[in-house]
Ligand binder design. Sequence first.
Ligand code: PHB
Length: 393
Amino acid sequence: MRTTVGIIGSGPAGLLLARLLHRAGIDCVVLESRERAHVERRQRAGILEQATVDALRAVGAAQRLDAEALVHDGIELRWNGRGHRVDFPSLTGGRRVWVYAQTEVVKDLIALRLADGAPLFFGARVHAVEGADTDRPVVRYTHEGKEKTLTCDYVVGCDGFHGVARDAVPATLRRTFERVYPYSWLGILADVPPSCDELIYAHSPRGFALHSMRTPHVSRLYLQVPNGTDPADWSDRRIWDELDTRFAVDGAWRLRRGPITAKSVLPMRSSVTEPMRYGRLFLAGDAAHIVPPTGAKGLNLAAADVVVLARALAHRAETGSADLLDAYSDTCLRRVWRAEHFSYFMTTTLHTDPGRSDFETRLQISQLDRIASSPHAAAELAENYTGLPLPHA
Ligand code: PHB
């Protein structure tokens, strides 16, 4: 098979890129190793920045989002038994975020691609990307028990942290910067209306807790747990009791309990691979960078990468110039490192590091007090949380 752009992976990066290219009249093929049902069930974060929503709207993929997403104008931080609301619009000149699960974005984009009759193959396992440094890179994969090749003008690796695309960049030409955190998150979904209108990020001596939501009837909550935790060790009752303790605040607030429908443990990692390009192979989303979920940046960074890349590929098709493709890695990495810093900041400010000293705990509290008392400090958080504008072409 032959195509202009071969896309490996049908997470949000691969699917949004496919949609952007389709709209620009550039043909592409998406290869996904998993089956559709698996891809549509994967639970990920659920906060969309303005730029992500703009991108989905621009390609006609926001119909359900606009009908169902919850628009949030702030978050609450909790520590030392008190809560402080960070108001986004007043601190950022009107920006806000949308609560809409990544898995719903994925479902919407898959439905559109299939309705267009555009190529998207599930169960297509890629083994290798060859000739990335030539004019005709080739993707080798297995589909329906047969070995196949996809010959491309460009290949884009949207296949995540464990994918094959990153390994197609020679080890001598890439560098990975990484930090692994000494804690994980235990995430639950519960059939109970959220106990808050906006997300609550709680610092507590027993560890971090986050109250998020999926719909007016479904809550999503997280607890910091030690690495290696087995979710089976956490009964429903133990989870609710621990959440109660960590969210405790002076005043009348109460956490509603309900049936827990899913439990999973997520490790926390920060990682950036540079550069995000080798010849005609481009890396996007988690294939190039990972953020811990505390800043809710993963999906938004992936969307930003592919918006930049789609623009560069369209520019190449229209003008013959590869200037924007040549700038892709640098353009993305500037924004990526900012989001890495913000995610690291949120993570280390709110979590209880098992190796911490009392000195470090005092610094965390001092930083949270500062956000509560200085509009400048609060605006820094709000600007980063709601997302920096995309770079201009
Ligand atoms: C989520 O709703 O899953 C979520 C929200 C905010 C975060 C992380 C996860 O920072």
